[in-house]
Design a protein around this ligand. Sequence first.
Ligand code: NI
Length: 191
Amino acid sequence: MAIRKIAVVGHPILRTVARRLTREELLSEPIQRFIDDLVETMRDANGAGLAAIQVYEPVQICAIEVKDNPRYPYKPNVPLTVLVNPEITPISAETFENFEGCLSVPDLRGVVDRVTEIRVRAWDRHANEIDQVVRGLTAGTYQHEVDHLHGKLFLDRVRDTTTLCTWKEFERHHQASFAERARALVARFGS
Ligand code: NI
């Protein structure tokens, strides 16, 4: 396994649309090794998720995992999930304001609207079908990662640019109120 370099905003690869994988490609040795690297890189960087495109591989794979994450102390834990060729369908019109950051956008956070309840259809890393409903804060994480596979960054979805802040200023001025809203969401949806 190897830790990969993470592309940062301005690199054109982050603006490309990742290509879908066939079952044969997914199960191939190089792609399976690549998924190991993706997960290792996400964990090394304390990410809550990482998309293949962020490590210069424009294929439709992303990983999500939250395990007492120091970057996101208010996020509920999410077991390691690898999504291949994911498709998200909103199942509610309701949205919430999520304060997001991204490993490809160093030291910047901002408020983004995310749908509170989504249906996710994908393959797991072994090409087994995933069909699940994801709610609450965790639904925001899924939407953020799947956006990457379509060349989108959270920055594109920030409606009010006055919410943009560095991590230090987030902790000083915004974390307490956001954590309170996040906890209410987690209490309601369990995730
Ligand atoms: Ni990101």
